[in-house]
Design a protein around this ligand. Structure first.
Ligand SMILES: Cc1cc2nc3c(=O)[nH]c(=O)nc-3n(C[C@H](O)[C@H](O)[C@H](O)COP(=O)(O)OP(=O)(O)OC[C@H]3O[C@@H](n4cnc5c(N)ncnc54)[C@H](O)[C@@H]3O)c2cc1C
Length: 414
């Protein structure tokens, strides 16, 4: 069979691909655009999977990136339930699971990430779940229906969000985690304690500084046993132990892999193969707003914005990806956070406002400069954080005082 010709082939059916398709059309691409995704659903917003959709508050359509008719209106060919099985940069062709061969002018690789699966004794038991897709969320919602106690493995944002959602559904939830404090790896102790407090106030039991040893049960999981010897009854378990980038195609195509485990890209998001770009969870790029540091970030807003930057560069605009990475997480109506950064490390935390009153911003300073900021209920601070971070402003004692003062004017800093 001879290869079909398309202008733009977008590999991966997630947010980064979807937003790339949108921007290709918005910026004038009028030739064939094909988006290939292996999931059942058209591209959707994954954050809903641990929040409103998991709680049954949203229909299957609500998380969709765009309604079904939009793809037709835009004349973008959307191939769901289809996997790209091979990619050959030398001939600019891709092979699909339906045996089609596609020859492209430009391609985007946005294959996302896969959950890290824990291989411990008892891991084959029923009612042990992982969460990445809408289908996984359906399975969890159905699987916890007759469960009283659900144990989350992992104290990062998936574990925390799912614990909150399932508590709202009336389940008794607990979290087993290696960290001393929830979310501490990314956000530090103070902010982590705030979120842990919210979870505990609502009845979630936290088991810190511990690790899963094995699952026990008879067909269905009945108990989680930890390395410290805790035995936690559980009729269902949700594991949130991180993800690994899906690099099967990238490796097969011989694309360069970076030190952060992603597809190594330039600041223009172009991979080591000219004409093949990457975006989203797999993209390891040179960040101009971080002085050229290499970053790979697994967050919604980054996938969204990189989709746009990739589209512009696929159209030959030659623009660097200059958006300061942003992240959000929420525990339903108990509270939520927003964050810009990411800080690779920090020497100092300055708190503005009051965690007790549920309205504060934590500034993370590295060598006297803002490396990141996390905010609860003070979104306006984020604009200043973005500006200070991108400009690399050195902050003296006076400036630090302003950062700490809830009413301090930040507009003239930097
Ligand atoms: C439950 C959950 C909650 C989240 N909540 C938040 C949040 O609150 N805030 C936040 O900032 N971020 C959140 N995230 C992270 C965010 O959703 C991801 O960073 C984002 O979805 C990444 O988009 P992507 O397009 O790179 O990859 P993905 O969304 O993973 O999409 C990649 C797609 O490509 C498909 N694919 C892979 N290989 C192939 C192939 N060879 N051929 C065809 N298709 C292929 C995959 O099946 C997948 O559908 C959450 C993620 C999850 C799972």
């Amino acid at each position: 069979m001879s290869a079909r010709e398309v202008d733009y082939l977008l590999i991966g059916g997630g947010l980064a691909s979807a937003n790339c398709a949108r921007w290709l059309r918005e910026e004038g691409a009028d030739g064939p655009v094909v988006l290939v995704g292996r999931e059942l659903d058209a591209p959707y917003n994954r954050p809903d999977c641990s929040k409103g959709y998991l709680r049954g508050e949203e229909t299957r359509e609500e998380p969709l990136f765009r309604p079904a008719e939009w793809w037709k209106e835009q004349d973008i060919e959307l191939l769901t339930r289809t996997t790209v099985t091979g990619l050959d940069p030398a001939s600019s062709t891709a092979t699909l699971s339906d045996k089609q061969e596609i020859h492209f002018k430009r391609a985007l690789l946005a294959t996302g990430a896969n959950v890290r699966v824990l291989n411990v004794e008892g891991c084959e038991l029923d009612h042990i779940y992982y969460l990445r897709t809408l289908g996984n969320a359906d399975a969890i919602r159905a699987g916890v229906q007759d469960a009283e106690e659900v144990v989350m493995i992992g104290g990062s944002y998936i574990g925390c969000e799912v614990a909150a959602s399932l508590t709202m559904l009336g389940k008794r939830c607990s979290i087993v985690m290696q960290e001393e404090v929830t979310l501490e790896r990314g956000f530090g102790r103070q902010a982590g304690l705030f979120f842990q407090g919210l979870l505990e106030e609502h009845g979630v039991q936290i088991h810190p500084s511990d690790e899963l040893a094995r699952f026990e049960g008879d067909g269905r999981v009945g108990k989680v046993v930890t390395k410290n010897g805790r035995e936690l009854p559980a009729q269902a378990v949700v594991v949130g132990a991180g993800v690994t980038p899906e690099l099967t195609l990238a490796r097969g195509a011989g694309l360069e892999i970076g030190e952060r485990g992603g597809v190594r890209c330039s600041s223009r998001l172009e991979s080591s193969a000219p004409g093949i770009f990457a975006a989203g969870d797999i993209c390891e790029y040179e960040s101009v707003v971080h002085g050229g540091a290499r970053l790979r970030i697994e967050h919604w807003d980054v996938a969204f914005n990189q989709g746009e930057t990739a589209a512009l560069n696929m159209l030959g605009r030659d623009v660097p990806h200059e958006v300061v990475p942003y992240f959000f997480s929420d525990l339903g109506d108990w509270g939520g956070l927003e964050y810009v950064g990411p800080a690779q490390g920090w020497h100092e935390e300055i708190v503005r406002g009051s965690a007790e009153e549920g309205s504060f911003t934590t500034w993370y300073l590295h060598d006297g400069k803002v490396a990141a900021a996390l905010t609860v209920g003070r979104s306006d601070d984020l604009e200043h954080a973005r500006r200070l971070l991108a400009a690399g402003v050195q902050l003296d004692g006076d400036a630090r005082g302003k950062l700490a003062d809830p009413d301090g004017d930040l507009a003239d800093l930097g």
